[in-house]
Design a protein around this ligand. Structure first.
Ligand SMILES: Nc1ncnc2c1ncn2[C@@H]1O[C@H](COP(=O)(O)OP(=O)(O)OP(=O)(O)O)[C@@H](O)[C@H]1O
Ligand SMILES: [Mg+2]
Length: 334
């Protein structure tokens, strides 16, 4: 029998989000740490929003990175520092007694254990790990207990989670290591290759979010400044949507292929449910311009792109904090 949980924590590849029972959605900050080498080893110089602001803005020696990658804790101490910082930052300094921590479908047992020990080490007494895909479904108002299956695709910063759920359990779930970050890197590589210009990862993320488009003929554009590969002199260049299409299309083609593979492995009854309910797209990358148009051209199944798709998962976790009965049922099946 589970007790009542106070916090819901989603440590995403791009953002960490926290929901507190009776207080609501309390925090959303980049899952980023900036650190600098010193004779005593690396020293943290910024966390969360502060670390993000330092991207490409400080001396070469300051590194900004996510201590978590694909749901796995890569740097335990930095993750601990980051979580402590976020929790202390909340206005209502409630006791760290109990938390639901959201995880990817495919997280390995040893990574789950690492995550649990970290949570206990920062003071939580009771922690349960819940697959984030349940919370996404609950967040968009789907009934995860129904016999009718629903499918969710969460395209985030580091990963894409694909899951089919019914009767409080995951019929099929997969996490693939494709998210917005991979697109940012590909954009910056492409600009270096095509235009001889090195731009920062922050600049390529901005390009992706503001100029990136899956419409075949979009004409948005933006000037970016970088360093010329040969002369090492700063130089600007205007990047247009069509420059980014060659990165975005293969990315979404790959995601669609993975969804197709998942659906093909399901029974005809479950497939019929999915066709009736439509595939639900959530996550920050599902906000890319032209996704609806692209899916209509390339995806064989009915679908819906959920509004505010990057926040539905933590909002769903918030609902789960209040629904003891449902939490219990989901927990039994994980
Ligand atoms: N308008 C936009 N167009 C395209 N991408 C966007 C847009 N807004 C945000 N993103 C991207 O969405 C990603 C973040 O999504 P989200 O917040 O769902 O990730 P996350 O939950 O932190 O990561 P993950 O689920 O992989 O652990 C980032 O790569 C960000 O650049
Ligand atoms: Mg996410």
């Amino acid at each position: 029998m589970l007790g009542k949980y106070k916090y819901a924590i989603e440590i995403g590849g791009s953002f960490t989000r926290i929901y507190v029972r009776d207080n609501g959605y309390a925090l959303c900050e980049p899952t980023l740490v900036s650190a600098e080498p010193t004779p005593q080893g690396y020293q943290i110089v910024g966390l969360g929003e502060e670390a993000k602001k330092m991207m490409g803005k400080t001396s070469d020696s300051v590194e900004v990175f996510s201590p978590i990658s694909n749901g796995q804790i890569k740097n335990y101490e930095y993750t601990k520092a980051l979580m402590n910082y976020f929790l202390e930052k909340l206005d209502f300094k409630k006791k760290r007694d109990s938390a639901l921590v959201l995880v990817n479908c495919g997280l390995a047992d040893k990574d789950k254990e690492t995550l649990l020990s970290l949570m206990y080490e920062i003071g939580f007494k009771e922690v349960v790990l819940i697959p984030a895909v349940f919370c996404s479904m609950i967040g968009i108002g789907k009934n995860v207990s129904s016999t009718k299956a629903n499918m969710i695709v969460n395209i985030g910063g580091a990963n894409t989670d694909i899951a089919v759920i019914n009767m409080n359990s995951i019929i099929k779930g997969a996490t693939i290591g494709l998210g917005g970050r991979a697109v940012d890197v590909a954009i910056s590589n492409q600009i270096a290759y095509n235009h001889g210009l090195v731009i920062g990862i922050g600049a390529s993320e901005k390009l992706k979010n503001e100029v990136g488009s899956l419409y075949p003929n979009d004409t948005l554009n933006m000037e970016v400044t970088g360093v010329d590969i040969e002369s090492k002199v700063p130089r600007s260049y205007i990047i247009s949507s069509s420059d980014l299409l060659t990165v975005l299309e293969p990315f979404f083609d790959e995601i669609i292929r993975s969804i197709d593979v998942t659906i093909t492995s399901l029974s005809p009854e479950i497939t019929t449910d999915i066709i009736n309910n439509g595939v639900q797209f959530v996550g920050g990358m599902s906000k890319i311009s032209g996704l609806e148009n692209y899916l209509k051209r390339n995806f064989r199944y009915p679908f819906k792109i959920v509004e505010d798709g990057e926040n539905v998962t933590i909002l769903g976790a918030g609902k789960l904090l209040d629904d003891q009965d449902l939490l219990e049922k989901i927990y039994e099946n994980t």
